[in-house]
Design a protein around this ligand. Structure first.
Ligand code: GLN
Length: 453
């Protein structure tokens, strides 16, 4: 069956194809060889499905799109603090190749400009340039889901002509940000820039970041959630250099461009987008790439400030036990007890992901009612992700309502409360795997307590 999504992306592709603004980078001689007409789009979902249009399998070099990934590896190798002592996270508002160092300490402003990226290349573990580059190459390959390699001609070309980057590296050595022979850091940096990918690879690399550091197809964890968040934050504020503010306003996706004509754009939890077309605007970003990202973001509602359904109530349904929801055969006397006292037991059926905002609505509703209740059933069978803060809040809810004499029964496998807090949640709540048992339990409690009245 034809894919409506693919048809839509194809339509965008054909609209943008007519744009011939900008020019191909030639300051690295080998890059000038690129076909200016080439244009590919790949969109990967956070679960690894890839939609591809145009030259999505044509190879090109990563260039600056390598920077967020090497930054990630440096963070994983050395820790946030050690990397932070060498490289800042402030947008520089300046071009990518600016010699942009903090006036006080000499640190590069951020890891997305060349100065910061060369410093990060010096921080990745590995004694020789070859060892270190091999670790970097493997890390990128894991994100792409296939073995990537460096384009020797592009590497040679930049190594021979990259005088400005050489100046930056030596300056970083002079102020102590780089502690090794700067030629080693430069070799690693030039090689990482020359790693060859296509749009499909890039979309998966972007989707890996979108999925919180997990490869979308294999499910393998490549980067911790905390470090992924940090990388995406820095991409958001610094990834598009001196156009970062405009990009955040118009496109609203964490992104990184490279002078060979590639762009990646990430919407956390949802998609990884990659575009390739070598003609660049004055910021060194692919013109067709930027147009494509802007259009897809606007038409698909991908802007990260878009107010979606994430904060809607997690309570799908709530009801009390006056209506005998278990439909059990009760004696007339017991039915009468339920009719009179059933409102003292409430059922809350939850759904969606229990992130902070959604959980807050549950807690607010449940605590407001707790004074009138003896029993509360919280049905989590339809719940997806449970954030740590939500586990804590639900535990707090249990303690709080118990003080008012209300007992909480949790319905679910307990799987949504998996490690590491699982034990504590399961211990504190009475946990039942099906709703009928939970409701029957609560009915029996009410009948036992109130029959004599
Ligand atoms: N290798 C390129 C350079 O250092 C990367 C720059 C870029 O893609 N913006 O100049």
């Amino acid at each position: 069956m034809r894919s409506l999504v693919l048809e839509y992306i194809d339509e965008v592709y054909h609209d943008v194809l007519g744009d011939r603004e900008g020019s191909v980078a030639d300051y690295i001689p080998q890059l000038a060889e690129a076909d200016p007409e080439s244009f590919g789009i790949a969109l990967a979902t956070a679960d690894g499905y890839v939609y591809e249009v145009g030259d999505s399998r044509r190879g090109f070099t990563l260039q600056s799109i390598s920077k967020p990934f090497t930054y990630a590896l440096a963070l994983a190798d050395r820790g946030v603090e050690a990397v932070g002592a060498k490289v800042g996270v402030e947008p520089s508002g300046e071009p990518f190749n600016e010699i942009s160092l903090d006036p006080a300490g000499g640190q590069p402003r951020n890891p997305m400009i060349n100065a910061g990226a060369i410093a990060c290349a010096s921080l990745v573990r590995g004694d020789t340039a070859a060892d270190r580059f091999e670790r970097i190459r493997r890390f990128y390959s894991q994100f792409a889901g296939r073995e990537l390699s460096s384009n020797e001609d592009v590497y040679e070309s930049e190594h021979r002509t990259g005088h400005r980057n050489r100046a930056i590296a030596h300056l970083l050595r002079a102020v102590g940000v780089i502690e090794e022979d700067p030629e080693i850091s430069l070799e690693v940096y030039f090689r990482q820039c020359a790693v060859e990918v296509d749009c499909r690879d890039l979309s998966l690399m972007a989707a890996g970041l979108a999925a919180g550091g997990v490869h979308p197809a294999s499910g393998e964890r490549l980067l911790s959630p905390v470090l992924t968040e940090r990388v995406l934050s820095v991409m958001t504020t610094c990834g598009m250099y001196d156009a970062a503010g405009d990009w955040a306003a118009q496109v609203g996706l964490a992104a990184k461009s490279g002078v060979s004509g590639g762009i990646i754009a990430v919407l956390p939890g949802q998609i990884g987008l990659a575009v390739y077309s070598p003609r660049l605007d004055r910021y060194g970003t692919s013109t067709r790439g930027a147009l494509t990202c802007r259009r897809l973001s606007q038409e698909l509602g991908l802007h990260f400030m878009h107010v979606g359904r994430a904060a809607r109530s997690a309570i799908r349904a709530s009801y009390d036990l006056t209506g005998n929801p278990s439909h059990r055969e009760h004696s007339a006397a017991h039915l009468d007890v339920l009719r009179r006292h059933g409102s003292r037991a409430m059922v809350y059926e939850l759904h969606g992901d229990l992130l902070f905002a959604a959980t807050e609505t549950v807690i607010r509703e449940a605590t407001a009612r707790a004074g009138e209740l003896e029993l509360m059933i919280v049905d989590t069978r339809a719940v997806g992700e449970v954030a740590d803060v939500s586990r804590r809040l639900l535990l707090g809810l249990r303690d709080q309502v118990l003080e008012h004499g209300c007992e909480v029964v949790l319905v679910g496998s307990g799987a949504s409360f998996d490690a590491p807090q699982a034990e504590s949640v399961v211990e504190h709540y009475l946990i039942m795997s099906d709703m009928d048992t939970a409701i029957a339990y609560c009915e029996d409690m009410l009948i036992a307590r109130h029959s004599a009245e």
